[in-house]
Every structure is written in C-alpha cells, then in structure tokens.
Design a protein around this ligand. Structure first.
Ligand code: 6PG
Length: 471
C-alpha cells in the first residue's frame, strides 16, 4: 500500500519526526541523499510501517496522492536543491512541507514558485529538538488555509498536547509560520541569556554549583516553571565522569549560534521595533565567542572586586524577580515585533493562539505562556503586553528587586546585558517625558530638521536660528 507521509532528510530531527508520525498510525516513506543512512535507519526499526527508498523517484511513487512530503534538511541552499529535484516528479496539488529553520523570505519565494507549478507548499517551524520531534514538537505551519486543512490531521496527531490541545495552529499564509518560528528562537535566545545572567550573579555570590542547581530546581516548581529552567537545574547537577567536577564549570564559555537570533534583530531593525532583550542576548553570544580577546583584556581593564557574598541570602528571591520581569519584557518585545509584522503583512495572526501552542513541545515551553494567551484573548487589540493587568501587577511588584539586582551587578562589575536592557526598556516606556527634546534640539541645530513644541499643537514644526559654532 502507498504511504501516508514522506520525509526527506534523515538527520536527528528527521529521524525522530518519522518515528513520531509512524507511531500515530501512519505509514511513512523515507529518503536520504546517502542511501546507506536510509537503509540503516529502516533496519534499526524493524516492524515499523516504514518504507525506505533509495531513489527520489521510488520515494515519490511510494506515496498516496495528494502526496505529503516533509523536507528536513539544512536551511538555505539544500532546501532549494531538494525542491528542484522533487518538482518534476510531483503531480498537481501534491504538498511539500519545509520543516527546517528557513528564513521566512525564502519561504515566501518557495511558496510562490511551488504555487506557479500547481503544487502546494507549507513552511513549518518545528521546535523541540530531538525529544520534541520524537514525542511531540510545537509546529508553526504557514501556507494557504486549504493546504493546512489537508495537513491538519497529521500535524495535530504528532504535535505536543497541553490540556488536550495540540501545540499546532495554522499561523498564517506564506512565510508566517517560519517567521513566528524565527521570533520563537529570538525569544529562546533571550530566555537562555537571562538564565545565564542569574547564574553569573549566583556564582559571583559564592553559591556552589549544586546550590545553584537546587535554586533552579525550586524555581521550576513556581512561576518560572519552564523547560529551560528545568534543563538548567539538570545541567548544573551533571558531574564530569572523569574528574567528578560539575560539568558546566568545565565547558568553554564560547557560545555558538546558527543565525535565527541575528535574523530576528535584522527584522526588528527593519520594522523599527525595540527588542533590546533579544538584542542583548545575541550580542552576549557574540562577545562570548571572542574568548581570546576577553582573556587578554581581563588583565588590562579594571573593575571592582565583586563583593556579592554579603548579599547572598537576599539574592535568590531578588534575582528570581529580576529574571521574571526581564522575561516579561523579552516576550513583550517579541510579541510587539510579531504584531507589527503581522499587521504589515496582513497575516491575520492570532497572538493568543501563538502563545498557547508554545506552551508545549517547544524549547520556550512554560506555564507563564497561559498568561499571554489570556492577555490577548481578553484584549485582542492590546498595544503592549506590559499593560495587561496581570503583567502590569507583576512588573509593579518586581521592579524594585529588579533594579536592585541590576544595580548590584553594575557595582560589582558583573555583566547583565539582558537584565539591564530589559529594565531600560521598562523605564523608557513608562517615562512620560524622555530626553529626546534635547535630541531634537541637536538635530535642528546641525541639520535644520525642525521640532515640535509641548506648548503648541502637534504637527506644527519649528526651526530655530541657533548660534553659529566655530571650530
Ligand atoms: C528549537 C530550536 C532549534 C534551533 C536552535 C537554535 O526550537 O527546537 O530553536 O530549532 O536550531 O535551538 O540554534 P542556535 O542556538 O544554534 O542558533
């Protein structure tokens, strides 16, 4: 019999997705560029409804129509190569799903191309790493509603479930799914960096790695409950089998990145949306990667001698609040960007729905996402998440500790770029009057850019003949 689903690209994510789809009762055909990988994978899973195919032709022929083919290859040129090879083999209305971390503009281009060929295309963000792919990821599919309707039964059956709800919704047309996955990754960068900043404060205050593990484990039972807090506790507990030392302390402090965070920054800049927390997270990775320069500078540039051990006791609760508040800012900014782009592109995004599918399966899964869903369900026109009653109370309740933590970090010379960027955003946004009056004066001074006045109606522009400056 013909297969219900086909998957191309048997790397870790691909293999696990295949096993997930198969476990829900579907027969799955698989193809990998290197056929030894295909054969090895099928042989390793005897008794499963898997059809290994050594050629793309036999793979396509093995599928029931309309064919449903998911590509799980490296984002970029490899996706185009697979599409080029597939197109001549497909029939009208066949569906190709790109499940990689593709740039949304590539997805828009591929969608237009496939449509012009009478084929159907879905750009789906898939989050959750290896385990998510196997047991249930969060899926963010973008493409025509009618194509989503065809894919819905499979997507819903393989996605993670929270309160019985599958962690997948139709995000929107074209590149909307991959766009939302990109923002998910930006937020992921922010969450990870905030946790690392909490860790760096605890470390400076003299907490042992085991004590820190206990703090994160305890946090995972409360408001901060999330997958990333959970794995942080577990990672800190891990001992190196060779030396018996905490493994984390032996890992080189040089972070990698594959690009989705940087794409998020570029898109925010293009749309003039502030995502300073995510920005700080991406830049922290960049600075971390300059290990040699940092080590050299560490003996030349001075700072204070950290004396955080004196405040060790109060620190835990305060850092908890600083982390929570900063996290709210990061999501506020991420959703601001999603909203801005969604409106510009007319994607008709459901912000509450997006937050709700992120509750399970994906890397940023967390209890607190329910609150974002509630906020947008309660007020779909909400301009800024901070002004939702729940988040407003939370920020008002935590802002004092948050400030104290940032002040402590600064006075002890401990970099907390994401905590402090978040706080600066908060303080800027709540300022009825900023210093941009002086900025406008400067602009008018050197470039006659004009300014408005607080004592004259809006939209009326003035210019001053500023004194001449010589030299
Ligand atoms: C996920 C993840 C995943 C992504 C990395 C980001 O949602 O499962 O976002 O898709 O590849 O976690 O990668 P870098 O940290 O390497 O940029």
């Amino acid at each position: 019999s013909k297969s219900d689903f086909g998957l191309i690209g048997l790397a870790v994510m691909g293999q696990n997705l295949v096993l997930n789809v198969e476990s829900r009762g579907f027969q799955v055909s698989v193809y990998n560029r290197t056929s030894a990988v295909t054969d090895g994978f099928v042989a390793a899973h005897p008794g499963k409804k898997l059809v290994g195919c050594d050629t793309l032709e036999s793979f396509v022929q093995s599928l029931a129509r309309p064919r449903k083919i998911q590509i799980m290859v490296k984002a970029g040129a490899p996706v185009d190569q697979v599409i080029e090879q597939l197109v001549p083999l497909l029939d009208k209305d066949d569906i190709v799903i790109d499940g990689g971390n593709s740039l949304y503009t590539d997805t828009e281009r591929r969608d237009a191309y496939m449509t012009s060929k009478g084929l159907r295309f879905i750009g789906a963000g898939v989050s959750g790493g290896e385990e998510g792919a196997r047991k249930g990821p969060a899926i963010m599919p973008g493409g025509p509603l009618s194509t989503w309707e065809v894919m819905k039964p499979i997507f819903e059956s393989i996605a993670a479930k929270v309160d019985g709800q599958p962690c997948v919704i139709h995000i929107g047309p074209g590149g909307a799914g991959h766009y939302v996955k990109m923002i998910h990754n930006g937020i992921e960068y922010g969450d990870m960096q905030l946790i690392c900043e909490a860790y760096s404060l605890f470390k400076a205050a003299g907490f042992s790695t085991d004590e820190m593990a206990a703090i994160f484990n305890a946090w995972n039972e409360g408001e901060l409950q999330s997958y990333l807090i959970q794995i942080t506790g577990k990672a800190l507990e891990q001992k190196d089998p060779e030396t018996g030392q905490p493994l984390v302390e032996l890992i080189l402090d040089k972070a990698g990145q594959k690009g989705t965070g940087q794409w998020t920054l570029l898109n925010a800049a293009e749309n003039a949306v502030v995502i300073s927390t995510i920005n700080a997270a991406v830049e922290a990775r960049v600075l971390s990667s300059q290990k040699k320069q940092r080590v050299a500078a560490s003996t030349q540039l001075q700072g204070p001698a950290p004396a955080l051990d004196k405040v060790k006791k109060e620190l835990v609760a305060k850092v908890h609040d600083a982390l929570y508040a900063s996290k709210v800012i990061s999501y506020t900014q991420g959703f601001d960007l999603i909203k801005t782009m969604g409106e510009k592109k007319n994607w008709g995004l459901d912000f509450g729905g997006i937050a709700s599918i992120w509750r399970g399966g994906c890397i940023i899964r967390a209890r607190f996402l329910n609150r974002i869903t509630d906020a947008y369900r309660g007020n779909p026109a909400l301009a800024n998440l901070m002004l939702d009653p729940f988040f407003k109370d939370l920020l008002n309740r935590t802002q004092q500790s948050w400030r104290e933590v940032v002040a402590l970090a600064v006075s002890n010379g401990i970099p907390v770029p994401a905590f402090s960027a978040s706080l600066a955003y908060y303080d800027s946004y709540r300022s009825g009057r900023l210093s941009a009056n002086l900025l406008q004066a400067q602009r008018d001074f050197f470039g006659a850019h004009t300014y408005e006045r607080i004592d004259k109606p809006e939209g009326q522009f003035f210019h001053t003949d500023w004194p001449e400056v010589i030299g």
